[in-house]
Design a protein around this ligand. Structure first.
Ligand code: G6P
Length: 612
């Protein structure tokens, strides 16, 4: 987690750094800090948000054209002023920011304490900057060499930027396991955890690779080495980020903006991949692996959080259309339970950020065992995208709200395209059904737009249930993962305890919770098990539970039983989750706003979880 920004060039660093931190605040927001060098190495940091930091430095000397800045999501040491980054070295001549975890920090700390160093914080990060300084002094080497030697002693993950009083025009940046991108302006350099703080200044970027160190010096071309001291030629790429999508665009929160962006983001995820009129589905990024997937005895999908819910839908859709067995695993479980993976099996990794540590580690494990890894990521150039053999980007655009919305629907869209392509190639789908799903899929962005019109009705329902302490979400078939995702969304941002269940499982436990106070959200669209879910609704009604139902337009039976209902347009059963999810996102959003919660930055969460 944590966001990193750094700048060196002719401009004043502070405005660039603080704006960059605001853009990266989704990565963590329990404390923030900056260090700026202008003869003196000035360091300001505070518990709280980036806005608290901005407040703190008012009236302070923040002049200078080189600096580093950080927004934190605590791993070692509680979120307080001392533990905030940057961290000074012992002499206060060096400052460092870090994203990741130094796993052997206890041993390193002990060694340094034995050498009479006194630490100021509880963090693993401070140990690293002390170590760098110790090496610099004792081995009489320059900053980059001290960083390099130190990193060879470190076990764990890091993205770091280091600034030293002795070498005033220079930043040293390095990464392993945590992302870092370097922007190259005309006469200045930017460093950040992702490209969003950089995009408005330059489109030329270099993504630092594992165990690489960048020596970034004013007026000198960028130099990169690896931690074994081999020279690396920087690979400059052109950034494609639309700045408008980084702003709220008139919406009160990023989450609401992102919910309403879904007609566009779903369309973008199908762009160039679906030609319904010609009956073509084409996923360029995995074309070379299609046959291998079609021949696979089994597909395993790994993911975390909301991406795991997309994975579960992927299981239902891929198995349904291709008859290839699919297993879905939480990446965190998969990596530690010695999973059975045969050579030539296919592992699909799904991740919005492309940085989730557990997913990345699970990929490495599957790779070691000879599996072929296909990635479905949203962030271009992310660690997971680069760790996979092939894959497709979801192209949902940057997702800033911590609770995932548009990335989820884009993931589901992509999994549907994949299933269709595989089914076509494998011959497990009839031509007419293939065409019918393609046409319905092509129409989904329009139907999402229609579904978004339920917003006013959802607000009214939110008003009724905003004070409920609990909620139950029930669905069957394709609507079961939708129920899980609906419940996750509510608990993430409103802190209401919510559970998702397969509707028929309810009678094996959760039914005990039902009384007149309990809102039960049924996803009860028109499908082959409609009658079954009607029975489940009756079971809840008999116990006086309050029923909120998501139904297909024109529904009669469920509408007759529900206390509140929301209609969504009719579509193929496989595609219903893309519509049914929308009112549930809106419901969570409005309830959270009404409860006064910080929707875009819910407590204890972070957008990109780069620790296990
Ligand atoms: C965090 C986020 C979730 C996200 C999960 C997986 O917990 O708060 O919204 O679903 O990580 O992230 P990924 O980037 O791998 O999809």
């Amino acid at each position: 987690m944590c966001g990193i920004v750094a700048y060196v060039g002719p401009k004043q660093a502070y405005p660039i750094l603080i704006k960059g931190l605001q853009r990266l605040e989704y990565r963590g927001y329990d404390s923030a800090g900056i260090a700026i060098l202008n003869k003196d190495l000035k360091l300001y940091k505070t518990q709280g948000k980036v806005s608290d930091l901005d407040q703190l430095v008012k009236e302070k000397d923040i002049g200078g054209t080189i600096g580093i800045a950080h927004t934190r999501w605590a791993t070692h040491g509680e979120p307080n002023d001392e533990n905030a980054h940057p961290h000074y070295s012992f002499s206060k001549d060096i400052a460092l920011i870090h994203n990741g975890i130094i796993e052997n920090y206890t041993a390193l700390r002990k060694t340094l304490i034995n050498r009479k160093y006194k630490f100021r914080s509880d963090t693993d990060t401070e140990v690293l900057v002390y170590l760098i300084e110790d090496i610099k002094i004792n081995e009489k080497v320059n900053l980059e060499e001290a960083v390099r030697i130190a990193l060879n002693q470190v076990v764990g993950a890091y993205a770091i930027v280091v600034l030293s009083k002795d070498e005033p025009d220079k930043l040293i940046a390095a990464r392993k396991g945590s992302p870092l991108v370097i922007g190259m302006g005309k006469d200045d350099f930017f460093v950040a955890s992702d490209a969003t703080p950089i995009a408005e200044y330059t489109k030329n970027v270099v993504y630092l690779e594992e165990e690489q160190i960048a020596i970034i010096k004013k007026n000198i071309p960028l130099k990169i080495i690896d931690i074994k001291k081999h020279k690396i030629t920087p690979y400059v790429q052109k950034l494609q980020v639309n700045l408008n999508v980084l702003e709220k665009g008139g919406y009160e929160h990023f989450m609401l903006k992102e919910i309403f962006e879904q007609p566009r983001s779903i369309r973008d995820s199908m762009r160039g991949r679906l030609r319904a009129d010609k009956g073509i589905v084409n996923l360029g990024g995995i074309r070379d692996y299609e046959q291998k997937i079609v021949n696979a005895k089994r597909i395993i999908i790994i993911a975390c959080g909301t991406s795991w819910h997309a994975a579960l839908l992927g299981e239902y859709i891929i198995e349904g259309l291709t008859r290839i067995p699919v297993e879905v695993e939480y990446a965190s479980e998969f990596r530690y339970r010695n999973p059975i993976i045969h050579e030539n099996e296919i592992v699909i990794a799904i991740s919005q950020s492309g940085e989730t540590a557990d997913t990345l580690a699970a990929i490495e494990l599957a790779k070691e065992k000879g599996a072929t890894i296909i990635g479905i990521c949203n962030v271009v150039g992310s660690s997971i995208a680069r760790a996979t053999h092939a894959g497709s980007y979801t192209h949902a655009g940057p997702e800033i709200g911590v609770a995932s919305t548009k990335a989820f629907t884009a993931q589901v869209t992509l999994l549907t395209l994949l299933a269709l392509r595989l089914a076509e190639k494998k011959g497990t789908i009839t031509r007419s059904r293939f065409h019918q799903i393609l046409n319905d899929l092509d129409d989904i962005p329009h139907k999402v737009e229609e579904t978004l019109k339920t917003n006013d009705k959802v607000i009214k329902i939110a008003e009724k249930f905003k004070d409920s302490p609990n909620a139950l979400y029930l669905g069957r078939g394709y609507n079961f993962p939708v129920a899980l995702e609906g419940a996750l969304k509510l608990k993430e941002i409103s802190y209401i305890h919510a559970e998702g269940y397969p509707a028929a499982e309810m009678k094996h436990g959760p039914i005990a919770l039902i009384d007149q106070e309990m809102p039960v959200i049924f996803i009860a669209t028109n499908n082959i098990i409609y009658d079954k879910i009607v029975s489940n609704i009756q079971e809840v009604k008999a116990r006086k539970g309050k029923i909120i139902a998501i139904v297909t337009e024109g529904d009669k039976d469920v509408v007759g039983m529900a206390d509140y209902f929301i209609e969504i347009p009719e579509t193929d059963d496989i595609l219903v989750p893309l519509l049914a999810t929308i009112p549930l996102q809106l419901l969570s959003y409005h309830i959270a706003v009404m409860r006064g919660c910080n929707v875009d930055q819910p407590r204890n969460l972070a957008k990109s979880v780069t620790v296990e």
